[in-house]
Write a new protein. Structure first.
Lengths: 112, 114
């Protein structure tokens, strides 16, 4: 079953603009992770935020986590054409299996 | 190795045949996962191995699917009597330990059942 639900399903922006993607989930989590997927093959881990953290940065990426609303957002600043990809959130449930449960993803297109 | 290696990268098989997909995780990673992704969809969990513990098989869709991990390293996912709905990209990932670390994914095996 899907735990995370990304919003929007698709996003198209111009190079240099910021892109914001949101993720909502249902159960209490241990951590939430964001991944990028190019061309429908392997995923690349971007960032992990633990349940006791509220914000995390990595380069042009900023992730926030609101456990009271069971939601997270991924902000990509100053986007580039190379950021075009699908972005997935994944959650590890608290007290449950070690496996991550992935959402269906947001397809981001950055136009040059 | 430097990354997670999956083979073959593409596999076309006839309906009813058995297939084996291989995953070679990063050396030293104790956790290994199999997911599948149908066209334009998210990732569906299949099975999780952690060290010598019994695997979490809760995601396997039917008894036609099985997986093993030999010597805590290489894993093989076997699909018996393949059906057209088994067509998908099968992704393997490994991590140093469980879900508290990011996963490193392989490039996947694209399975097409004709």
């Amino acid at each position: 079953s899907q735990q995370g639900e990304e919003d929007p399903q698709a996003l198209s922006i111009q190079e240099g603009e910021n892109a914001t993607m949101n993720c909502s989930y249902k159960t209490s989590i241990n951590n939430l992770q964001w991944y990028r997927q190019n061309s429908g093959r392997g995923l690349v881990h971007l960032i992990l935020i633990r349940s006791n953290e509220r914000e995390k940065h990595s380069g042009r990426l900023r992730v926030t986590l609101d456990t009271s609303k069971k939601s997270s957002s991924l902000l990509i600043t100053a986007s580039r054409a190379a950021d075009t990809a699908s972005y997935f959130c994944a959650t590890r449930s608290q007290g449950g299996s070690e496996k991550l449960v992935f959402g269906k993803g947001t397809k981001l297109t950055v136009n040059p | 190795g430097a990354g997670v290696s999956q083979s073959p990268s593409n596999k076309v098989t006839e309906k009813g045949k058995d297939v084996e997909l291989r995953c070679d995780p990063i050396s030293g990673h104790t956790a290994l996962y199999w997911y599948r992704q149908s066209l334009g969809q998210g990732l569906e969990f299949l099975i999780y191995f952690q060290g010598n513990s019994a695997p979490d098989k809760s995601g396997l869709p039917s008894d036609r699917f099985s997986a093993e991990r030999t010597g805590g390293s290489v894993s093989t996912l076997t699909i018996q009597r393949t059906q057209q709905e088994d067509s998908a990209v099968y992704l393997c990932a490994s991590s140093p330990y469980g879900g508290d670390y990011g996963y490193t994914f392989g490039s996947g095996t694209r399975l097409t059942v004709v």
